[in-house]
Design a protein around this ligand. Structure first.
Ligand SMILES: Nc1ncnc2c1ncn2[C@@H]1O[C@H](COP(=O)(O)OP(=O)(O)OP(=O)(O)O)[C@@H](O)[C@H]1O
Length: 599
């Protein structure tokens, strides 16, 4: 029952008044239905099928008096007309109520979708470093579909419950003894079926776990399909997939077994109960035939609803784990929230006029480990100059950039932009000041134009081409079959690695940021294109703060400042020429080992 409440409470918080109107509608429908059943007695009597006494039927004692004033040949027509009006009225109301149910449920799902998506966007980068992406996709697609089903069922359950209660009230008015007899049997069955509900919960938990594995597997495998194919790993992946599909199959079959077992028990027990009921009614309780007829009609319609209630309950319970994972995800996001989307004043970029100061910064990815990714970093990145960060793989270069642009918060120490701390309020503004090109450039499955406009929706045609020229991509874009309107494929798969990097660079520059961050952004370029970009960056000096990570040391030849990192610490710092001259320093060693000649 707590699970049903769980849904109803959430729906109530969300829909409020609409839920009560919906309930009132259901009460009206149930009254129409009950009254329609009562009308069967005068109808059958008037046709002459059986001689039934109307006087004993609640709400109908006035009928003989009214009919007494009307010629007898109109009686049947009148009762039939009243019956038709009732049923049509009931159907119209039922339709309206179904539409309202769907509106409540769909707007509830929309609210859940949007609020979860917003929470996800507001979560910080650390949250994404710790979370498996496929788990997020799984919750946002498959689990949300289950929640949607659960909320439909919870609403249906609530309305079925109201309907059942009112019908039971109608039955009680006809005969208390008979109604109590039927209800006692129903209760017995409900107690007996508690075991089924427990099993439904267990199966529901398994469904969540299995489909999470399924989503994660599919995402991982197809992200790594090149590695799978080139290393002949198809068979082992297929084996894993087969075994998972087998488990999923068993899970659903077990659920069907559970549901059909409930249905079987209800059907079998109904047969036994009906026989027992008729026997007791006639032989022991000696009820009147019209009472027996009405009770049979009411419960013949209600009994399937009992089964429905039970089945709905099992289904709702099996969807609750989906809802719980959705809520947990939202809570995790809210816990990791670094900003509130909206509030345009917050997005005004910070101009970065003096520079970025990193003061005594420490950072660990895992607080329980002794390994620091950054240790006591003190550095000043002057505005409108080029700063290069170099060091061996794993030295902490990308982590330092993430800290500088506020993607991750230092564990100790602080970041000051033009002398002011980068607190949560200024964080969002700082992001608007920065354009960042990562090691793994990402393009959306859209045209080159759309990919560029995502960064700057108002950019003119000239501005787009200017950005493409900056990144040395205008020529190859012109040569593409559909030029700037060519679709780049999933993650830009239809372009070469170097072409992708250049488009992402164009996108970054299009925003005209105050700070341009390039993390190995030209690693896939040939010497000729790399030289073009180096020259373009050289021209930006004086207008933009540029921070570059590059293994290819020729890229940073014009850097005003070079920071050398080793195991999370700054070991050297100074101008390119100055560091090249320090023969015992790490930088000159790197120059000596550098595979690329410095052009
Ligand atoms: N998400 C993460 N979780 C845990 N540890 C991480 C994570 N990302 C990086 N690290 C660790 O932090 C340290 C610094 O990593 P970082 O990516 O900053 O190095 P890098 O100098 O940029 O290396 P590369 O040149 O290979 O990109 C490394 O020891 C790395 O293993």
């Amino acid at each position: 029952m707590e699970h049903i409440w769980f849904y109803i409470k959430k729906l109530h918080t969300f829909a409020g008044m609409k839920l009560y109107i919906n309930l009132l509608g259901m009460i009206a429908i149930s009254f129409f239905e009950g009254f329609g059943i009562y009308l069967l007695v005068p109808m059958l009597s008037l046709i002459g099928v059986i001689d039934l006494a109307i006087d004993n039927i609640p709400f109908l004692s006035w009928l003989p008096k009214v009919l007494g004033g009307i010629p007898e040949r109109f009686h049947l027509t009148l009762v039939l007309a009243a019956y038709i009006v009732l049923i049509i009225g009931q159907s119209l109301l039922a339709r309206k109520q179904n539409i309202m149910n769907s509106e409540i449920q769909q707007s509830f799902i929309r609210y859940l979708r949007v609020s979860t998506y917003k929470s996800l966007l507001q979560a910080d980068w650390l949250f994404y470093l710790q979370k498996r992406r496929s788990d997020i996709s799984h919750i946002m697609t498959s689990e949300l579909a289950r929640v949607s089903q659960g909320s439909t069922l919870a609403l249906r359950l609530a309305t079925t419950f109201v309907f059942t209660m009112i019908q039971v009230a109608f039955a009680l008015l006809v005969s208390v003894q008979l109604t109590v007899l039927v209800m006692a049997s129903g209760l017995l069955l409900a107690v007996f079926s508690r075991k089924f509900l427990k099993n439904a919960k267990k199966i529901g938990d398994q469904t969540t776990e299995l489909s999470q594995h399924y989503y994660a597997g599919i995402t991982d495998h197809f992200n790594g399909i090149k590695d799978i194919k080139s290393n002949r790993m198809e068979q082992s992946h297929l084996d894993w997939f087969r075994s998972l599909c087998h488990k999923m199959e068993r899970n659903i079959v077990n659920y069907t077994k559970l549901q059909t077992a409930t249905q079987l028990i209800y059907s079998a027990s109904s047969a036994v109960l009906i026989v027992l009921f008729i026997y007791l009614a006639f032989e022991v309780l000696q009820v009147r035939p019209e009472q027996l007829m009405l009770i049979v009609v009411i419960f013949a319609r209600l009994w399937p609803k009992f089964v429905l209630l039970q089945n709905n309950m099992e289904q709702i319970i099996s969807t609750v784990p989906g809802f719980k994972s959705l809520i947990e995800l939202q809570q995790e996001c809210d816990h990791a929230s670094e900003m509130k989307i909206g509030g345009t004043h917050l997005q005004r970029p910070i101009p970065v006029e003096q520079g970025i100061l990193c003061s005594h910064v420490h950072f660990r990815y895992d607080r329980s480990s002794e390994e620091y990714a950054l240790q006591d970093i003190n550095v000043f990145i002057p505005a409108n100059r080029m700063t290069a960060i170099v060091g061996k793989s794993g030295a902490g270069k990308s982590t330092l950039i993430d800290v500088l642009i506020g993607l991750i918060k230092p564990e100790a120490g602080e970041i000051l932009i033009d002398g002011s701390p980068l607190d949560s309020e200024r964080l969002q503004r700082m992001r608007s000041s920065v354009s960042y090109v990562s090691q793994d450039p990402f393009l959306f499955h859209a045209t080159i134009r759309d990919n560029l406009l995502m960064a700057e929706p108002d950019a003119s045609e000239d501005e787009l081409w200017e950005a493409l020229k900056f990144s040395a991509s205008d020529e190859f874009v012109r040569r593409l079959p559909e030029g700037i309107d060519t679709i780049v494929g999933d993650r830009g798969v239809r372009l070469s690695g170097g072409e992708r990097q250049r488009i992402v660079l164009a996108r970054a520059i299009l925003r005209r940021p105050y700070v341009l961050v390039l993390d190995e952004a030209t690693s896939a370029l040939d010497n000729e294109n790399e030289a073009k970009i180096r020259a373009a960056l050289e021209n930006l000096k004086g207008y933009m703060t540029i921070i570059v990570i590059a293994h290819r040391l020729s890229t940073i030849r014009f850097a005003d400042q070079v920071i050398v990192l080793e195991r999370g610490r700054i070991v050297q710092q100074g101008g390119f020429q100055q560091l090249s001259g320090e023969s015992k320093g790490s930088f000159s060693q790197m120059l000596a080992y550098g595979a690329e000649p410095i052009a």
